[in-house]
Structure formats: C-alpha cells, structure tokens
Design a protein around this ligand. Structure first.
Ligand SMILES: O=C(O)CCC(=O)C(=O)O
Ligand SMILES: [Fe+2]
Length: 201
C-alpha cells in the first residue's frame, strides 16, 4: 500500500536496532560531529556555545515513486527544528529544493558532499543573523530516492534563545527563549505553520 505521508520518514534504526548498519552509522555520526564543530566554529559568533549542541538524531527518508507529487511537495515543505542538519542526499535523483527570496532552487548533487542546513535553533541563537531555510523534496515520478539526515540539537532541557552577546540596545532579541524547541514541530507542522513563528517576538 502506498500513502504519501508514508513516503517521508522511515526510522530504520528503531525498526532494526541491532542492524549491522548501526555500526557504520555510529562511525559516520562521529565524523559528522567533527564536521559539526567546524561548522559551528565557522559561524564564530556561536563559538562559546558549541558544547550546547550535542544531540544527534538520525533520520532516513525513503521516497517511493509517487503518483501524487503535488501532495507530497506540500507536505514536505519545512525548515529543520535542529540547530544544524547534515544531509546525505541521493546520488542520482536530484529532488531537494531550498527556498530563497520566494524562489525554489534545486540543490545540486555533488558526489560525496554533505549538505549542511542551518536549523531553527541556530536562527534563534544567532538572533536572526543566520536563517533556517525552508526546503522541500520534489519527488520523482519514475525513480525512488533515499536520503539520510543527522539533526544536531542542544539537549531538550537547555534553554535556547538569542545569545547574550548578540543582544544589545540597538539589537533587541527577536526571539524568546524556549526549552524542548523540537517539540513545537508536530503541533505547528500539521497546521502548515513554521514553529519558529511561535518564538518570534
Ligand atoms: O530528503 C531530503 O533530501 C531532505 C529531507 C529533509 O529535509 C528532512 O529530513 O528534514
Ligand atoms: Fe529538512
């Protein structure tokens, strides 16, 4: 049976916790952690906070050939609720698109490259200096596609909000602080609202 929501998120790790693939995934996650620290460091302003972004959540996406591309495209438009996301996209099927200035741009496939996306929590911490882009997957009608995301976030109990160093008299906070920010996702996503609107001042 095919349903479009079913296309999106298959959590293989949960289904196969002892799978041999788990070891490979753990090694990959260790490597991505190094890349993660580099990315956060490269955003200099966040240097003091690298320790806070420590949670890694893998997610596997499988997109079967889809008879109703328009529905899936609408369902999948979102920004990530992570701090930073690392995406391994399909080697053959170009389908990821990012919204910039109200225009959708295809993300090109570059062999062995990892796509790095700023998530909502970095947008909040940077007080809006870095933006979390909306993106979507435009499924291919003829070819199935897979991708794998590693979402990096602070611990749920950590308060996330604009860093003090980035809030001044001239630059007030544009976001409130929030704990468990990722929990806002379900509530808003189903209504088609970006969760970040809930923390914008
Ligand atoms: O499949 C992709 O290329 C992107 C998936 C995605 O945006 C996500 O899992 O948050
Ligand atoms: Fe995403």
């Amino acid at each position: 049976m095919h349903t479009c929501t079913h296309c999106l998120h298959a959590m293989l790790l949960k289904i196969h916790p002892k799978n041999i693939f788990r070891k490979t995934l753990e090694e990959y996650a260790q490597t991505v952690k190094i890349a993660h620290d580099e990315v956060v460091r490269a955003t200099a302003l966040l240097l003091m906070d690298t320790e806070r972004i420590r949670k890694l959540r893998p997610e596997f996406n499988y997109y079967p050939t889809c008879p109703d591309a328009d529905i899936v495209r609408q369902v999948s438009r979102h920004a990530d609720v992570s701090a930073v996301s690392f995406l391994l996209i399909d080697r053959e099927v170009e389908a990821l698109e990012v919204l910039k200035d109200d225009q959708w741009f295809k993300v090109p496939i570059i062999p062995h490259a990892i796509v790095v996306l700023v998530g909502d929590q970095i947008e909040m911490m940077s007080n809006g200096i870095l933006k979390s882009p909306e993106h979507r997957v435009k499924p291919d009608l003829e070819k199935e596609r897979i991708s794998m995301a590693l979402f990096c976030s602070p611990d749920l109990e950590k308060e996330v909000g604009p860093l003090k160093a980035l809030v001044t008299e001239d630059q007030p906070p544009f976001y409130t602080t929030a704990k468990s920010y990722i929990n806002l996702f379900e509530r808003h996503y189903t209504k088609g609202i970006r969760p970040i609107t809930a923390v914008k001042i």
